[in-house]
Write a protein that binds this ligand. Structure first.
Ligand code: ATP
Length: 290
């Protein structure tokens, strides 16, 4: 347990890596945050900005959890902590009962902008991360890239270049690229925010199908309540900064899901429930800067 009163040398890995915490239930969660706080130093001052505070979250293997919340409440910060990019000021963040040791191939980030390498073919973009790991030879990496491109609905475009693809196609390549290293957890930061609404709906269905096919756990940040309700097993609503989860709302429908679910009355009610919590949390906002 990290505490601001007791700074650890490596604050993310603040406890013995061999120690496994089974918690009160006796079960080890796949990903667990307990009392997590994350601070950013303010340049040229001793003050800090607390982005996330008292954050508790637990995911089982294969869960799909969406994080929604006001702008600047710390959603991306929490994803970055799970990715191992930022340290904790307080609390515990564990994968399978062990503190997150830093970045690793077991977790892959998918960002809003695909940022594909324009001089590499689509296939070479997807196989790039795999080639870097040197775990497989180039022909095998290319073959895996082709399999993933087929999985995301892009069979046959492997020899094209990113500039020849639409935004929706680039988003699919972005997803295939993240899956290439066979991560256990996908960390998706508004991956479809820049895509038109119609294509986004198609991509959401595809994402659920792909996650089921690869049996990955997903933590997905979005500002779109409809998107969260459609994708998630649970929607976690954040307070304004410093962000903490004020409510977890369970989505009752099994995954994968089809488009029709969005047109039902139950879906509208669920969306309203998420919105009520979100706007209620915003209205009760406090100050977040120490
Ligand atoms: N590298 C950084 N250095 C200092 N402050 C940061 C840094 N990254 C984020 N912050 C601050 O931390 C807070 C949370 O930012 P974060 O990007 O996690 O929020 P968010 O919920 O993802 O926002 P949005 O929905 O607008 O993308 C913000 O006040 C932001 O300004």
């Amino acid at each position: 347990m990290l505490s601001r009163d007791k700074p650890a040398l490596s604050r993310t890995a603040g406890r013995d890596a061999a120690h496994i915490d089974v918690g009160a239930t006796g079960r080890i969660a796949h990903l667990e945050a307990r009392g997590v706080a994350i601070d950013y130093a303010k340049p040229g001052s001793k003050e800090v900005t607390t982005a996330v505070e008292q954050c508790d979250l637990s995911l089982e293997r294969g869960d799909f959890v969406c994080l929604v919340g006001p702008s600047g409440c710390g959603k991306t910060t929490l994803l970055n902590a799970v990715a191992g990019f930022v340290e904790l000021a307080e609390g515990d963040l564990e994968l399978d009962g062990r503190p997150i040791p830093g970045p690793g191939p077991d977790r892959a980030m998918v960002f809003q902008h695909a940022n594909l390498l324009p001089w590499r073919t689509v296939q070479a973009n997807v196989s790039y991360g795999l080639e870097l790991t040197k775990k497989v030879k180039k022909p095998a990496a290319k073959q895996r890239a082709d399999e993933l491109l087929e999985l995301v609905g892009l069979a046959g475009v492997g020899q094209q270049y990113p500039a020849q693809l639409s935004g929706g196609m680039q988003a699919r390549v972005n997803l295939a690229r993240a899956l290439a290293v066979e991560p256990e957890i996908l960390l998706l930061d508004e991956p479809f925010a820049a895509i038109d609404a119609q294509t986004r709906e198609v991509l959401q269905v595809e994402l659920l199908r792909v996650c089921a096919a690869r049996d990955v756990t997903a933590l997905f940040v979005t500002h779109d309540i409809t998107e969260a309700a459609f994708l998630a097993d649970r929607v976690c609503v954040f307070s304004p900064r410093p962000g903490r989860i004020v409510k977890e709302i369970t989505v009752p429908w099994p995954r994968p899901r089809s488009h029709e679910i969005r047109r039902t009355r139950e879906f509208s009610q669920l969306r309203d429930e998420i919105a009520d919590v979100l706007y209620g949390a915003k209205a009760g906002a406090g100050e977040g800067t120490r």
